[in-house]
Design a protein around this ligand. Structure first.
Ligand SMILES: C[S@@+](CC[C@H](N)C(=O)[O-])C[C@H]1O[C@@H](n2cnc3c(N)ncnc32)[C@H](O)[C@@H]1O
Length: 207
């Protein structure tokens, strides 16, 4: 049976509330707003997301898919998250639009063939792996497509002189990401300081 818009909004509100109550790190409202605006302009047919958690961002993105066979593929490493995402996506009747892959994206992305190209790649997983995700994302994004990475400010650590042992590796990788996205001739990039920081890179050419 077709679900009406109000039912869907109510379910999505509950998914968000449950995630926040369980301290699942879902995307912040203002970052989500900006990404949805980009989707409305870009009108993507294929989106790849790295880091599903409970499916909250993917469900939101699915409203702005365009064209035939439009789809989001989203990758999650943690079984409990994968199961919850599958449950949430099914409760919204979105199984035909969102495919959840239970895998480590550092390995999984490398297995995606060059022929599978995306309009948008959204990176929102382990910060220590962002450089691996970026290189694979460049390979898998269409020319003219957009790579978006969340949590680039890492609660103020990335752009400060933070150097404590606990988050040093992740912080250094994010600093490196910012440097590469500016210097890499294949990309045209900017850092937007909303939420926890969004890096936005347009892929201009592949080599
Ligand atoms: C910030 S949360 C994702 C939030 C989600 N995008 C949203 O806004 O609703 C990050 C997720 O990435 C997953 N993750 C971390 N490393 C990963 C990896 N190497 N491969 C796939 N998923 C990973 C974590 O288990 C976690 O669920």
């Amino acid at each position: 049976m077709e679900m009406n818009i109000l039912d869907k909004e109510e379910i999505l509100k509950n998914i968000k509330e449950e995630a926040l109550n369980n301290h699942v790190p879902i995307i912040e409202d203002e970052s989500l707003d900006l990404i949805l605006t980009i989707l409305k302009i870009k009108k993507p047919n294929k989106i790849l997301e790295i880091g599903t958690a409970v499916g909250y961002s993917a469900i939101n993105f699915s409203k702005y898919l365009y064209g035939e066979n439009a789809k989001i593929k989203t990758v999650e490493i943690k079984e409990s998250m994968y199961n919850k995402a599958m449950e949430n996506i099914s409760s919204m009747n979105l199984e035909d639009k969102i495919e959840v892959v239970y895998a480590d994206a550092t390995e999984y992305m490398k297995q995606i063939p060059d022929s599978e190209q995306y309009d948008i790649v959204f990176i929102d997983a382990a910060k220590g792996q962002y450089l691996v995700f970026l290189e694979e994302a460049i390979r898998l994004t269409k020319v003219g497509g957009i790579i978006i990475a969340d949590n680039m400010l890492y609660r103020g650590r990335t752009l400060s002189d933070y150097n404590e042992h606990k988050h040093r590796t992740a912080t250094n990788r994010l600093r490196e990401y910012l440097k590469i996205m500016k210097e890499d001739k294949r990309l045209d990039s900017t850092l937007i300081k909303i939420g926890d920081g969004l890096a936005i890179s347009i892929v201009n050419k592949k080599s």
